[in-house]
Design a protein around this ligand. Structure first.
Ligand code: UD1
Length: 355
């Protein structure tokens, strides 16, 4: 049984569900919690990426953390009782992830966590809480990077009753697969050379001072280089609530093919998303991270990502630094070069034959 609910999980499931379908001996029951529900935040990914239709949709969304996670927990528990899966598979760090992992572990269904071991070391982020707790109750921790393995080691996971496996990043599998199709399938008309920006993290959207500072820096960049901002519904609502106007090129959230074309044609990425930081790297673009920490530390170590928070001067400085550097193909193999889904599936088949 696989739990998905939020946009980045659809991208990850697209890669892994395709691999599952191509192999003997795996039946996947896909459960959508309903966390993301707008057509352009959910449905478009299932259609474009040909993700199997979820067998169940719990339709839980737009609630506070407790109510959202609690209702998902209850719904998933019922489905586990009904379907008796051999394994529960969860992705990433959202409320859907912790709900799936917690429901399964209480019913003694082994939990496999894809994207385990990542840390921002900021416990104020709901994602950090979700990922730490999910890791601790997982039986198999599929880590994307060496840094993730090292984090778990420091937290004592070597002594826990679980398996920690480095597999690479399923998001690179998806990027490589769909990049071949995006040109024909994207509907956007783009002039190369713009800055691609996304903004949705609670730490930025729920703090008017931070949001204002970021938007002002983007406005001043937009005077010399177009800033295209596919806007998450959370941020749209907050900008309206705070009465903030903007002259940036704001568009609705985009599907995966459009996002790949935006990545191919932009000159740089600015984001507070985790996934987009890596996707910038996959498409050879520098990334400015609008957060105070990143889980993808190897990108910073290799000089292709700068973590600047919400500080206007730092954002502009990083923009100037990266603008003066030619973009190139980043040839380093940090994320497995498309092998993660295969590695996970091989391991999962072995694991289930033993349990
Ligand atoms: C969630 C994840 C975050 C992930 C992000 C990807 C948690 C705690 N956070 O944040 O880690 O990076 O998804 O986008 O799980 N909304 C809509 N339509 C939608 C989806 C959301 O209007 O299709 C609204 C919700 O009603 C809510 C707000 O946007 O008011 C925030 O949605 P929520 O799912 O709580 O968190 P995200 O910000 O999307």
């Amino acid at each position: 049984m696989t739990i998905v609910g939020a946009r980045p999980q659809f991208v990850k499931a697209a890669a892994l569900s395709r691999e599952f379908a191509s192999r003997e001996g795996i039946e996947e029951i896909l459960v959508h919690t309903g966390q993301h529900f707008d057509a352009n935040m959910s449905e478009v990914f299932f259609t474009e990426m040909e993700i199997p239709r979820p067998k169940y949709n719990l339709d839980v969304h737009s609630l506070g953390h407790g109510a959202m996670t609690g209702r998902m927990l209850e719904g998933i528990e019922d489905l586990i009782e009904k379907e008796r899966p051999d394994v529960m598979l969860v992705y990433g760090d959202t409320n859907s992830t912790i709900a799936g992992a917690l429901a399964a572990t209480k019913l003694h269904v082994p939990v496999c966590h894809v994207e385990a071991g990542l840390r921002s070391f900021n416990m104020k982020m709901p994602e950090e809480v979700n990922r730490i707790l999910t890791d601790r109750i997982s039986d198999v921790l599929y880590c994307p990077t060496d840094a993730a393995i090292a984090n778990l080691s420091k937290e004592g996971f070597d002594g826990f009753d679980c398996e920690v496996v480095k597999v690479g990043d399923v998001m690179q599998d998806a990027a490589l697969f769909y990049a071949q199709k995006s040109k024909e399938r994207s509907t956007l008309k783009l002039e190369p050379g713009f800055v691609l920006c996304t903004l949705h993290r609670a730490e930025n959207t729920d703090d008017p001072a931070r949001l204002k500072s970021i938007v002002e820096a983007l406005e001043s960049i937009h005077e010399e280089s177009e800033v295209i901002l596919p806007l998450h519904p959370r941020t749209k609502k907050k900008l309206e609530d705070y009465g903030m106007n903007s002259s940036l090129n704001i568009i609705d959230p985009v599907g995966y093919f459009d996002m790949i074309e935006l990545l191919k044609k932009c000159k740089m990425v600015m984001t507070d998303s985790g996934g987009l930081q890596k996707e910038a790297f996959f498409f050879g673009k520098y990334c400015i991270t609008l957060r105070d920490q990143t889980e993808w530390v190897e990108l910073v170590e290799h000089g292709v990502n700068r973590v600047v928070g919400a500080d206007g001067d730092k954002i502009l400085n990083a923009y100037r630094k990266f603008s003066s550097r030619p973009s190139s193909k980043f040839e380093l193999n940090l994320y497995g070069q498309g092998s993660a889904s295969k590695n996970i599936t091989d391991h999962l088949l072995q694991f289930t034959s033993k349990h």
